[in-house]
Structure formats: C-alpha cells, structure tokens
Design a protein around this ligand. Structure first.
Ligand code: GLA
Length: 711
C-alpha cells in the first residue's frame, strides 16, 4: 500500500504507516477534517466512512468543532482553534479554500503531502505539510503561513499557529498521559481521565521547561503497558509551547500543539512567511510499551544527528567540586576516572572569567588565569593522553550582571524599559534573537572550539525568560520568543557543521530542555540534577515514555546523595544509571579502593551491554508502581541478545521476587547468561521468566546479559 493515497472524487487522502492510517477529508464547506486515525484503511474503506451519520443531535453545535485537521477559527465554531489570525481591519475569521496539493518522494523513502489553502479574500495562504515513512507510524505535520499581499495590505497578526491538530476517534472514555515535574523532579508520569473542556500543557518560560514536556498520549482508559491502543503526539520545539487537549461535550477529542504562548503573537509582513516546528503524531497498538518503542525508534532513526553512535561513559566534575576547580584538581580527577574505564571527561562550571561562584563571570568565555594559568591546553592534553575525550560546560545564552560582557553590553539582555531586570541564579538572559548577539556568541564559541581540542559541550540554560522585551527592535519585539530558539538552533547547527567531531549534551538546570527539536542537534540530555538513584527510577520511567535510553544521561554520584541526603549501595546506583547513558559524577577522591575497584567492574559490565541499552528495543517489564521491583529489558534489534536490569527498593516479609517473564525472544532458542554461563530456554524465559536472586537488603539490583546460543 502506498504511504499516501488520494481519492479526488471523495476529496480524501489516506496517509498510512505499517500499522496505522490517518484519513483527511475536504468537506463540502472546504474544511479539512480528520476523518480517521487508527488501524490501516484502504481508500475504499476510508470513503465508506463518509456514508456514516454523525451520532447525536447537534442543533446548537457546528459539526466541524473537534473534527478539523486544519483547525482554523471562524463561523459558528466556538471550540478550540489551532490557527488564529487577525487581519489589519480587525477580521479574525479565516475562510480557507484548497488551491492545490502535491506529493514529494524524499530520498530517505518518506513521502510528503502538501495541501495548499488560501483565504478566499485576504492575502494569506496556509500550507499543511504531512510526512510519512513506510517503516513507521509516525506522521510529521507542520504548517507554513504566507502573507501574499503588498504593503498596502498591512501585516497579518498570527495569534496562534499550531503545528498540528490531531483528531481522535470516539473512544467512550479518554485518559491523558503526560509528564509533570519541577527542578530535580522532572518527567514524572501522570495518567488522568481527560476532563471536559480544554486542558493546556504549556511552557511560558522561553524554554521547554521542567514543569511539562511537549508530548501527550491518549487512550481509552483500559490500555496497559502491553496491550491497547495509544494516540500520541510530540512537538519538536525548545521554546514556549502549548499543547491543548480538548474534550467537547459532543465527545470529540483533539490534541493540538504548537510554539508560542498566550498572549504572544507574530506579525507577518507582506511577503513574509512563518514556518511552524513539526508536531509528530502516532497511532499504535500494543500498549504504552509499544508506543514508547515507536517514539524511541523515531528519535534514533529520524531525529538524532548520530543515531548509530554509542555514547561514551562520561565523568563530570560538578558534584565533586562544584565551583572549586583548578587544573591540578581536574587532572587528579581525570586520572582517577580514566582508571575506572571512563571515556569522556567533562569539566563543569567554574573554569572561565571570574566564575568562582554563581554570581559572576557568565558571558566571559575565557579560562580563569588563576585556575588555568596556561589555558585549557594542559588539562585537555592530559585527558587525551589518558585515552579519554574532553568535554566542557558552557551556558552560552546567559550573562551575570557582574561580568565584562554585561558591563560592555547591558542592552544585550532581555529587558523592558522602565522595568526591573529580574535576576534568577544571579543571571539574565541574552537576547539571542538580536542578530548581533547571535553573531557575537557564535564567534565566542567557535573560537573556543577552534583553539581547544574540545570533543563535547555540556550546553546549559539555567533560567527562564522574564521581562522579555527588546527596546528599539526594528520589528515586533514579540518575535524574540521564536527567534531565540531559531537562532539557538542555527548556532548549534553551524557549530556542529564546522566542528564535525563535536558532540553536545542539552542541559537546562537538569532536564529543562528536552524535546524533539533540541534532540535533532544534540547527542544526549542531562536528565535531572537529582542523581538520587531511587528518585531517578521515577524520573527515568517518565523520561522513557517518549525518549530513548540513548539520550538519557545518568550519573553515579556519592552516597549519601548530596541533594537528597539518602544513601544507596554502589551497585544499585550503578545499575540505575546503566538504564541510560552511564556517567559518573561522584568525588572519586573520596571513594575507597574497594569502591573504585567495584566501579571499574561495573563500568566494564555496562560496556558489555550498552549497545543493547542505547540502541535496542526497550521493554518496561515491571513499570514503576508494580510492587517494589522495577525492571527493564533491552533487546537487540536482531533479537540475538538482551540485557535485563532489575532494581528493587525493598523486600517485604522476606518474600523473594517472582521470576521476570521476558519479551521479544526466540522461544525455540537457548540463551546463555554471560556472567554465570547458565543456559535458559527462550520459551521458558518468555513464559515462566528469568529467575532473580537479589540480595535481601534494601536497594538490591542486578544486571543480566543473555546471548542466544548458536545452533
Ligand atoms: C546546572 C546543571 C548542573 C551544573 C550546574 C553548574 O544546574 O544542571 O548539572 O552544570 O548548572 O552551574
């Protein structure tokens, strides 16, 4: 079946992946409806849907409400509208007409459909883009708005331009899955019945934010980890955003997501266009586990810049030293890290300008001469001699008022005239929307990367926007909300292109900038500043709903944990961190010889399974909340081996844990435990499960690596 099929007579388009179809229909009122989103349908089957009457009596309703894919405001529609504009004469209604459509085959095998609409009176066109790939059920949707008039027409104000509005089928009941969070408590999974009305998940902070993440999943309330259908969408944007889940009394449900937030608008000048980011949507069967695996595969295959690359084991000095760093201390830590098998040594905050605490120096990106008298060279050389890559912390979009940069350019920050400049963590936000600021920043970073053999940047962003003004801006200053992100993306893209060996970690006070937009130009994400293993199980569980382990940075730090004060055994801390991209962030000077020796063994064990963790298919065998044991299995794409990581908080009444039924193995094959040599039948592992023999103490854990026997 072709990925996109068209029936001109019925004005239907059927967009299909291997297991799903999304059907669009242009109705008699020129409105583009989402007719079906679910299992695969042929064109003929889709056309038969047109003969079905809408249930219910709707005298006081516009039947289009809650059914529009191109969800424009106007007429008798009172529900949520994903596309809203204001013309110079005050008219807010849109009356788009289809003026053309085209299909393009891309070299990567995907097909793109563009449906072109124009308002029948005002000079505005709207192009709805859909991209489908024959190997995945993810549909990528974005919108392009174009002002086709002249200066005489004046600018059009774009009030809202959602990238996509996804129309769900009637399910009876609706349940929404999302993640909520805050600093040091990110990505906590939340499942609640979808209330009537409009539920808005949003960030108004100028960045993705800790509080919510730009994705949502809907099911009928009965879907489980391994069974049931899921409708999900995710927005590829790292600035302010909003995702509206709407449930109408008529039982129509939509998910609509886009950049920006109320009341920020965008002025479209004559000849200008506004391209929205992509919002991707997917219908999946097989439960939340299958939905997550689809998104993981989407991120690995279609989003990440270096998808097949295994991420190295890193060491980061932040929790060990905080701001108290110098060349001697860093070399000492690097030597200890190298002895453990670490492959990437990252020096965190405190190396530049007068940055000996968090109130000074941000913006002055030259090494502190008292701490690094000969620059970064001696440290970098030593790290490279030790066989490791070198990484460096930067926070490019920020400035401390106590810095040479701010003293020279106090007008370069976001600010309003006659308003206070609110500091957070003693810092202000650079107005990256300004072309001169963006050019200066590029020069600074390019210089740093050219003069120093830096393999990796930890790119931080430690505060949200306030007083987001731009006095003297040539155009509408509101554009800074979008242009900040666009210039950030352009900066990352240019640095990567000019320094092809460079890899980047996205950080924003932990996991505050995690989304499909930033993942297209970074290699991993700092998941949370909270490195307490028990808290991390919860944070990482939520993270895994959409994002793969390949991007989930996780460090083993000291015990008791510096943030929570809680203690946990070394093995448990390691095993928890091994469910993502393993790193170490403890003060290695304080670890005992026995701990260092065990840490080296565990790093080696991780290297033996990381191709499975980072690139395999993830099965949450025992999701959080299912008793005290949580367990994840990572299966090679060819099914030949798997790794299981089991984490148990505490044992009750002395009861031993039940064995863990595994997934996605060959029942006819036998699998050897690489540590013990024990042979297991695939059929037994699948039905009866993998026996676990965890120690009785609290915080017990295990890593099991199984490899299929050659027959
Ligand atoms: C943020 C990051 C931390 C660390 C500090 C340095 O909080 O999330 O990991 O880099 O900044 O100031």
């Amino acid at each position: 079946m072709p990925s996109i099929a068209h029936d001109p007579e019925h004005r239907l388009w059927v967009l299909s992946g291997p297991g799903s179809s999304y059907v669009l229909h242009l109705d008699d009122g020129h409105r583009l409806r989402g007719l079906h989103w679910g299992p695969v349908l042929t064109l003929e089957q889709a056309a038969s849907l047109l003969e079905r009457p809408e249930p219910g009596r709707r005298s006081f309703e516009d039947p289009a409400d809650g059914t529009l894919d191109l969800d424009t405001a106007g007429a008798m529609r009172y529900a949520h509208a994903g596309v809203q504009v204001r013309f110079p004469d005050g008219v807010r209604d849109l009356e788009p007409r289809l003026i053309g459509h085209e299909q393009t085959e891309h070299p990567d095998g995907s097909t793109e459909l563009v449906l072109r609409f124009a308002d029948h009176h005002y000079p505005l066109t709207l192009d709805a883009h859909y991209r489908v790939h024959p190997t995945t059920d993810v549909i990528e949707r974005h919108l392009v708005l174009r002002h086709t008039g002249t200066d005489a027409d004046g600018p059009v104000t774009v009030v809202r331009a959602d990238s996509a509005t996804w129309v769900l089928p009637r399910l009876g009941e609706y349940r929404l899955s999302q993640v909520r969070g805050q600093w040091s408590a990110e990505t906590q999974l939340n499942r609640t019945p979808l209330p009537y009305g409009e539920l808005v998940l949003t960030s108004r902070r100028g960045t993705t934010g800790h509080q919510a993440n730009p994705w949502a999943m809907v099911d009928d309330g009965r879907t489980g980890e391994d069974h049931g259908a899921v409708w999900s969408c995710a927005l590829a944007w790292s600035g302010s955003w909003r995702l509206t889940a709407q449930r109408l009394p008529t039982e129509r449900v939509t998910l609509s997501a886009g950049f920006g937030h109320d009341p920020v608008t965008w002025e479209l000048q004559p000849g200008g266009e506004l391209t929205t980011p992509v919002c991707a949507g997917a219908y999946t069967e097989g439960g939340f586990g299958a939905a997550s695996r689809l998104w993981h595969r989407h991120v690995l295959d279609r989003i990440l810049p270096h998808p097949d690359e295994l991420r190295p084991v890193l060491y980061n000095s932040w929790e060990a030293t905080e701001f108290d760093i110098d060349v001697t201390g860093q070399i000492e830590l690097a030597e200890r890290a190298a002895a453990l098998g670490v492959e990437l040594f990252v020096m965190d905050d405190g190396w530049f300008g007068s940055r000996t605490h968090d109130a000074a120096g941000l913006g002055d990106w030259t090494p502190n001469p008292a701490r690094f008298p000969d620059g970064l060279g001696p440290l970098i050389d030593r790290v490279h001699d030790l066989g490791m890559q070198f990484g460096l912390w930067v926070e490019p979009e920020m400035v401390n008022p106590d810095s040479d940069l701010y003293r020279a350019h106090p007008d370069w920050v976001l600010h309003h005239p006659h308003r206070h400049r609110t500091e957070h963590r003693n810092q202000l936000v650079l107005n990256l929307a300004r072309p001169d600021v963006a050019a200066w920043l590029h020069g600074q970073l390019d210089d740093l990367l050219t003069k120093n053999a830096i393999d990796f940047l930890k790119w931080d962003m430690n505060r949200p926007f306030t007083e987001a003004g731009w006095p003297g801006a040539e155009a509408d200053p509101d554009r800074l909300w979008i242009d900040h992100v666009r210039h950030l993306y352009a900066l990352l893209d240019r640095l990567r292109a000019d320094h092809p060996g460079l890899r980047i970690e996205s950080c924003s006070s932990g996991g505050g900038r995690l989304d499909l937009g930033i993942l297209a130009r970074t290699d991993q994400v700092w998941t949370s500043d909270n490195t307490d293993a028990l808290d991390r199980i919860e944070i990482q569980h939520g993270f895994s709903q959409l994002y793969p382990a390949r991007v989930m940075g996780a460090w083993v730090t000291d015990s008791p944990n510096s943030y929570t004060g809680r203690s946990a055994p070394l093995d448990f801390r390691f095993h928890t961190a091994m469910t993502g991209v393993l790193g170490i962030g403890g003060d290695l000077n304080r670890w005992t010889e026995a701990e260092l020796a065990r840490a080296a063994e565990l790093v080696a064990a991780y290297k033996g399974v990381r191709h499975l963790v980072q690139l395999g298919e993830q099965y949450r065998l025992r999701p959080l909340g299912d008793g005290e044991l949580s367990a994840v299995q990572y299966v090679a794409r060819d099914g030949r081996e798997c790794a299981v990581i089991a984490l148990r908080r505490s044992r009750h009444f002395g009861h031993r844990e039940r064995s863990l039924p595994l997934r996605a193995l060959d029942p006819a094959a036998r699998y050897r435990d690489t540590a013990t040599g024990t042979l297991h039948h695939g059929a037994v592992l699948l039905s009866q499960g993998l026996p676990l023999d965890l120690p009785a103490d609290d915080c017990a854990s295990a890593l099991v690596h199984l490899v299929r026997e050659q027959t």
